[in-house]
Design a binder for this molecule. Sequence first.
Ligand SMILES: [Zn+2]
Length: 402
Amino acid sequence: MRKIDLTNFQVATSETARHINRRIALSIIRRHQPMSRADLARRSGLQRSTVSAIIGQLIDEGWVTEGASPVSGRGRRPRLLHLNVERAGILAVDLRPVTTRVALAGLDARFLMQTAWPTPGTPEEFASEVARTVAAFRKTDPGTVYEGMGVSLPGRVDSAGRLVFAPNLHWRPVDLKQLLESSVGLPVVLENAACACALAELWFGRQPDDVRHLVAVTVSEGIGVGMLLNGQLIHGSDAMAGEFGHVTLDEDGPPCSCGKRGCWEQYASNSAAVRYYQGLLGGAAAPAEPSASAATLKFTDILRLADDGDAYAIETLERMARYLGIGIAPLVTGLAPQVVVVIGEITAAWDLVGPIVLDVVKRRTLSSNTTQIVPTDLATQPRLRGAVTLVVQQHFGAPNVA
Ligand SMILES: [Zn+2]
């Protein structure tokens, strides 16, 4: 028999109910604004008096504004409710092994300021650099109220905020949440970049409302996978679910930063592409060891070279696309998502890469498969937008309510 764990048990108080109703009201306004109080009561199923109390509080706190309404045919004109997107400044951090980007955004994930710097070698230096950036933002715009900070990172963080697995970052396990919160003085939410991107697709992406099963694949220095199934992010034991980048394709393949050989990301990541291209230049068809001088040539150089018609660069991207398909196919068959979104610089070459990915997936999956595989628009800065979503979702009920 399953027992209820009484040490970790919360009774629903009237305070809990108020909190939930408030989040639902905010979500409905976010989705249907501008809207009247009557419309909010109708859509939420809440009593008019409850709606009035919640709206009074949300207006007092600056989350919602009540503005002039369009002219209606006759009768009293209702004043319409809007979400005050400038109410809260959300700090978003996209931590990557080479570069970290920090931005300030509104509730609508539009970026107001941003900057980037080389990622330091230790978590302590990183936290100090983040704190310096936040101080500079505050100086530029002292009027903004900072609501919190979201960090999307190339690894896995346990429920306590401890960085437990980040082989491409080469940092020791560390309580990154506590370190950042004490440096910045704000609540911090950490999440794997692919998981954050999966959430952002639901909140700010162009997916249809009925999407509840979505897989995000971030292709960068490594490969990350975020799984949103039944509308929930899947974290698994020790928060390690989604490490498909380290699924072995060939036990005798190139060594990986995780200590094994032949992981998927050793064939389909940006770093793998750079090594392969360098191998072609050096006359070797096989990819070189990861220690090759990857610093001199960047993945974006290969994209540019391919665009200019460089045969080796095109061959490199075509190979990368095949391996992306090889890794995405089992995700499609095994998880049956409605959509797989691909995130990363590679999406800039989707005209070349996309058809190869789709062809490989089609050949390797069930013929009944209907999963869409789509690139995410780089212009939306998906990893940063993911970091914004980590904070935004704490204040709202769900992305697509009522
Ligand atoms: Zn690996």
